[in-house]
Design a protein around this ligand. Sequence first.
Ligand SMILES: Cc1ncc(C[n+]2csc(CCOP(=O)(O)OP(=O)(O)O)c2C)c(N)n1
Ligand SMILES: [Mg+2]
Length: 328
Amino acid sequence: MSLTNDQKIVLFRNLARAMALDRMMMRVIRAGKMVGFYHEGGIALAPGIAAGAFLQKEDPMWPHYRAHGLAHMLSKGIDIKYYVAEHMGREAGCCKGRSSFHMSFPEDHVFGFSGNIGANFPLSVGYGFAAKYKQSGQVVMNCSGDGSYGEGRCHEALLMSANWKLPAVFWCEANGMAQHSNVKDLFPGPNVSSLAAGFGIPSMVVDGQDLFACAEAALQALAHVRQGNGPIFVECKTYRVQEHSVGGVNYEGPNQRDPELMAKWKETLNPLALAAARLLAEKVLTQEDIDQIKADAEREADEVEAFCEASPKALPSVAEMQAAVYTA
Ligand SMILES: Cc1ncc(C[n+]2csc(CCOP(=O)(O)OP(=O)(O)O)c2C)c(N)n1
Ligand SMILES: [Mg+2]
């Protein structure tokens, strides 16, 4: 499925925005202005942009937790300043600064967010079942990393989705790492998407550094699901070139990961640079257009930071906090 030039420009602009915002989040946390912590996206944000790009507002999405779903939500059309304000513990945040990254945007059908790896899978089965039962036409975008698939509930979710032919995309951002483990030490094979075949679910493997390849895969996956064919699995191969989370060390098992290899990946596999080269070669954009898009993205990140700093710090009373606690 090929993309129009207009679609390519939107994707490119959103990737530039997400990468500038990711860098801003790193500046903010290092300056001690963030509540909670942050898992840098780095050069792994193209799959998230693709995952959110072609969803309707009503399509439930559970973003991958890396970069705390920044790319996915921005691409889905969520106003990201409320995400940043939430991380900075400000009243303007999407959950009034109470949640750090355990946030939600219910109006945009992002119903929750968790650092609990794999927690989203059973919920996605529920969203998918509801969509099918109500014949709402919604598609569920269930995003995760390759490290999720050591969790039993992920396999149960694949099984139930396949069995009930649920309208779900299992979108996997495979950076080869799960915290300090290499996925090759956790999974017997080159692609976690090979699991899908065991459940009769079709799958694709895509270059996660190629923004447009990821977007084409998202279009194809959504078309498959919207036509009532049941779930599909998309694996985007990407890279982690920094520590797992801020303040950590870039370990793999007991050893530090090779810094030279990380630097080489960072330089040669930057998805924005790769997409820019494509757009120039195809004469979709000029170098001037590209520079302008990048400058706009940096300015937006600065403006978002200033907006958040201007919002009062969230200092809820005990009664206000109790009102937000749900017990059953
Ligand atoms: C249920 C559960 N087990 C373990 C952890 C600790 N943990 C946090 S991130 C992570 C690795 C996740 O890997 P992946 O899903 O591939 O995401 P990546 O960080 O590689 O982007 C682990 C094991 C957790 N948060 N939740
Ligand atoms: Mg991973």
